[in-house]
Design a protein around this ligand. Sequence first.
Ligand code: BGP
Length: 463
Amino acid sequence: MTTAFPQHFLWGGAVAANQVEGAWQEDGKGVSTSDLQPHGIFGERVERQAGDCGIKDVAIDFYHRYPEDIKLFAEMGFTVLRTSIAWTRIFPQGDETQPNEAGLAFYDRLFDEMAKYNITPLVTLSHYEMPFGLVKNHGGWGNRKTIDFFENYARTVFTRYKDKVKHWLTFNEINMSLHAPFTGVGLPEESDKQAIYQAIHHQLVASARAVKACHEIVPDGKVGNMLLGAMLYPLTCRPADVMESLQQNHDWLFFGDVQVRGYYPGYMNRFFKQHGISITIEEQDKRDLQHTVDFISFSYYMTGCVTTDEELNQKSRGNILDMVPNPHLASSEWGWQIDPEGLRYLLNVLWERYQKPLFIVENGLGARDRVEADGSINDDYRIAYLNDHLVQVREAIEDGVDVWGYTCWGPIDLVSASKAEFSKRYGFIHVDRDDNGNGTLVRTRKKSFFWYQQVISSRGASL
Ligand code: BGP
């Protein structure tokens, strides 16, 4: 099939503040939870001292080099760039009443730079980080007061950037709060389900309050949620496995159900009862939750399987979830199973479930790249992965699914979230930096750079 993507389809890439910016203590920035996890979102938490050299302290130095990087994105033809605001640049401790002007000014410069090239910003309010001050002094999302602090932050940035940013996301991969509690909700990793679901409830209310604030402050703005979209297939066609996959998919669809429909789905009552969980939901919370998102965004890297058969139930750690490997799929070097058709399937499932526009805001292949003697990087494996996935996006559009756009993950090499290393690369643009923090930080175009440039200029006809 050679049909092009729709004219209005947005093409680009996605990064996150803590994985690219560096400058972790510059211009008044406070310490974020991410700064305390130099070994990634599953890694141990450490106390940081000024002058420590964790890999994210400099990252790819986007804080200072963003003009060069945005120019390269523009050269590829990006019409959208997803990034996040580091909450700690705006409210260093999280509970201040007045924002940090130097932090606000940085994102003004960044959005102005994008505007020069007509690149639409898609901005995440919280991408795997929150001010550590809120954790230390208030108990993170375990405390309902954090909802107010977050709302104040959201209102501050909506007001400041309302003429520059029209597309917003609340929490990155909000369903990750279940699997990495410190990263997601600022709770100790060993917290029990009761504490985690109460904190998640606060986060869901905060997300809804941000939606309400965005609609008030940016009347022509759109605000979406962001899910880690990893479908779980039944490993066998035994009815028990089919039912198991329905129930385990509820673990993550629950977040979307609340954010899109505005209330807790019935299956959660049963789940809470079964696990002895009783969460406090105030009457005002129920009203707040009714402020539902305008669109749904998600990341897509893999699918997995589930089964109730104990012998077959040999799980291995995927992106974040423990999944039974699918015998019909190959895996990346990090064990993430590659399933382009699964993306078409997921797009159809979400469209049928919600009937709201969808935005694929992360997708990509983490791989080790080899720099040839002449400096070139021939990343045909990355091209193949992205090509196969985009073909399936086009299929889904043909199926009638409303897809707004596609921002592949890490268009420029960046620090991995799960491993906090550099050798797992996603970029079209290579950055000279290694796992020990050595390297010139010089940017180089990979083979995939020119491939993506052609995909965008042909609106997908070259796939
Ligand atoms: C998603 C996160 C991103 C990103 C990506 C790739 O879960 O939202 O922040 O890092 O996964 O993961 P990794 O960096 O671990 O390869």
